[in-house]
Design a protein around this ligand. Sequence first.
Ligand code: 5RP
Length: 248
Amino acid sequence: MASLGVEDAKRLAAYTAIDTHFPPNAKVVGIGSGSTVVYCVERIVQKRAKGEIPADTVFIPTGFQSKELIIHGGLNLGAIDGYPVLDVAFDGADEVDPALNCIKGGGACLFQEKLVAQCAKKFIVVADFRKNSTALGLQWVQGVPIEVVPLAHARVRQDLLQMGALTATLRLGGIAKAGPVITDNCNVIIDAHFGQIADPVILAQNIKMLVGVVEVGLFINMADAAYFGNENGSVTAKFSTGEINMIE
Ligand SMILES: O=C(CO)[C@H](O)[C@H](O)COP(=O)(O)O
């Protein structure tokens, strides 16, 4: 029996999702952010070279990293303000619950990721087995990423703690940058851990109401399908309909 490492599991999920959900006549396709999406682009480039993907398909990034992936893959780059309707978008996730609600924003790209997902007729999540969870907040304990206007960070952190967050931390750049991570939209990120999230819908609404919050890394009822690469070489495909397929 195969025993895949995390990177191979990511690649397996990404390739399976692209092979299954990339429309043969796709006009506009969204590309998410993170390390798993790299394998989506890898697969798209392979298929395009074989003529299985139209040469004129336009690809919409969700931030700096995916823009670079699209350019370096030799794909046609578009922008979301020029293409507000997408055939499909592929993106990673930090944690996915059985209803396919997701925590996203581990790479600080959640605002553009949510905008692109919202514009897509289909939103497909790709991830490794670690992200397949029974409830949000159980496995991704760094906290829900929240994009905040810099001037509001102190107040929003206070508000989150009052709302019941166990921690609400301004994300710092570490050794790469003195001070906070600055998003592609020139904002900061607060990671707020609430423990196991009982009701992600209400939590997302309440956080979004706070003055200074641009977007919340809780993606509620957005994903149509999620593909998880497993250690044994299979892929678990979960759908918003509740259907689950094991692809061996
Ligand atoms: O939301 C994201 C970036 O903001 C990523 O999609 C998420 O963090 C998953 O990343 P990876 O594929 O590297 O595990």
